[in-house]
Design a protein around this ligand. Structure first.
Ligand SMILES: [Zn+2]
Length: 446
């Protein structure tokens, strides 16, 4: 990342290698208040207050996860905000304030951790600032003591409309048309926490009318969608992906959403039902859109089945938006720097990337840091997308069992596919995010 020599000032730490932000934050203050009240109130009351305080701060800071760590004599609380962990509290542990016990009880666990290991997962709901906050809790026995991770479910994020997830106008028009096909299968891919579920839900909401029967199979159901029949996978009761799919097909469906395809059976039933008059949306775990095809080959799905049922695929990531309060304008990187960056790419792809970065008229920004963004330089996130639509050329390559790079090259050339990197550069050009953030997020794919 350091080669993006366009950073104007040296004082800005790069994302990921930041010195811990200095929080004079009120969570620390709140904690010391509670410690002072010790002896004057029962410990459990203080623990209830402390857990509420932590959750209130988590919601206020838009944290997706709260880590509560016992490290020997220390209590450490960290929040994941916009995908990055931040220290919120680090203090001597206080045996008189049984915080972990309180959270364990909320999650439905026994107050004390089990003496022999057992997997503990629970959830609870809490009203905070007039909103029902869903929290999923996981416990992990470290050698230093118990570690609790609280996933704060952001129902607002999951309820976004299709035009709110960050797709530009062209991609939005294409997707709206694509999801109105009477049959076929559309894949979404992306790492954990890349907003795949948000996109799937947004698509279902977009086509939902009383005239069609939409059924989903999910693990877990994260958000209730009105007018849509959602079902939860349960290995315990035998309601597996394949059983679920077979059952759905007897429920007269028009549209089926399958949370994830991870084996041959699920893939085969899904692709076959896409051929017989159903529209399917699903996710699959790969690094980009083109490699979905190779993943299906690996599972043993025959090429003709992929070629005839697949409508297209979308890959996505979330990038942090640069803080509007403190970001600064930046010059584009120099040509030699860009040449160095694209030198290992496929030549045609590299040429497009280079032109995109250097084309005049960009409003590049660099991050700085201010109290508003807790010195990270970023605030909030937005999706970047790679939309691959099926066409005759790609279909031909699928039937030939072609490798991912050939499929990708063909999609760029004949389908005008914009890769994640290209879409990210466009968002950096408008000053929504920075080039260094785009490189950070897409680095493993270039
Ligand atoms: Zn800022």
């Amino acid at each position: 990342m350091a080669f993006w020599g366009n950073k104007q000032e040296g004082e800005n730490p790069q994302p990921g290698e930041q010195a811990p932000a200095q929080f004079t934050g009120s969570l620390e203050e709140g904690y010391s208040e509670l410690v002072k009240a010790k002896g004057r109130a029962p410990g459990i009351d203080l623990a209830i207050k402390l857990s509420d305080l932590i959750l209130e701060h988590a919601v206020q800071e838009r944290a997706s996860d709260v880590h509560i760590e016992s490290q020997g004599a220390n209590l450490r609380v960290r929040f994941r905000v916009d995908g990055i962990l931040q220290d919120m509290l680090s203090s001597p542990k206080n045996a008189d304030i049984p915080l972990t016990q309180r959270i364990r009880v909320l999650a439905g666990f026994d107050p004390e951790p089990p003496t022999s290991f057992r997997n503990e997962e629970g959830r609870f709901q809490k009203m905070l600032a007039g909103r029902a906050i869903q929290v999923r809790v996981s416990s992990f026995p470290t050698v230093n003591g118990e570690k609790l991770v609280l996933r704060v479910l952001d129902r607002q994020q999951l309820g976004l409309d299709l035009d709110q997830i960050g797709l530009d106008q062209d991609a939005l028009t294409l997707i709206k048309k694509l999801i109105r096909n009477p049959y076929g299968i559309f894949f979404i891919t992306g790492s954990t926490g890349s907003g795949k579920t948000t996109s799937l839900y947004a698509m279902l909401k977009n086509i939902n009318t009383p005239m069609i029967n939409i059924i989903t199979l999910e693990d877990p159901v994260e958000y209730r969608l009105e007018g849509i029949n959602q079902a939860q996978i349960s290995a315990k009761t035998g309601f597996t992906w394949t059983e679920g799919l077979r059952t759905i097909l007897r429920q007269d469906p028009d549209v089926i959403m399958v949370g994830e395809i991870r084996d041959f059976d699920t893939a085969e039933i899904s692709l076959r039902s896409a051929l017989t008059g159903h529209l399917l949306f699903t996710t699959i775990h790969t690094i980009n859109s083109a490699s979905i095809i190779e993943r299906l080959f690996e599972m043993g799905v025959p090429p003709f089945l992929i070629g005839s049922s697949m409508l297209g695929a979308m890959s996505q990531r979330l990038v942090r938006k640069v803080c509007p309060k403190c970001s600064q304008s930046a010059a584009p990187p120099s040509e030699p720097v860009v040449n160095e960056f694209v030198k290992n790419m496929d030549p045609e792809e590299g040429k497009i990337v280079k032109e995109l970065i250097l084309k005049p008229g960009a409003a590049y920004k660099v991050e700085k840091g201010c109290p508003e963004c807790r010195n990270t330089g970023y605030m909030g996130r937005v999706g970047i997308f790679e939309l691959m639509l099926m066409n005759e050329e790609i279909r031909k390559h699928i039937l030939d069992h072609a490798p991912t790079d050939v499929i990708k090259r063909t999609a760029i050339k004949t389908g005008k596919m914009r890769t994640l990197l290209m879409d990210g550069i466009l968002k950096a050009r408008t000053g929504t995010t920075t080039l260094s953030e785009i490189i950070r997020v897409t680095a493993t794919m270039v």
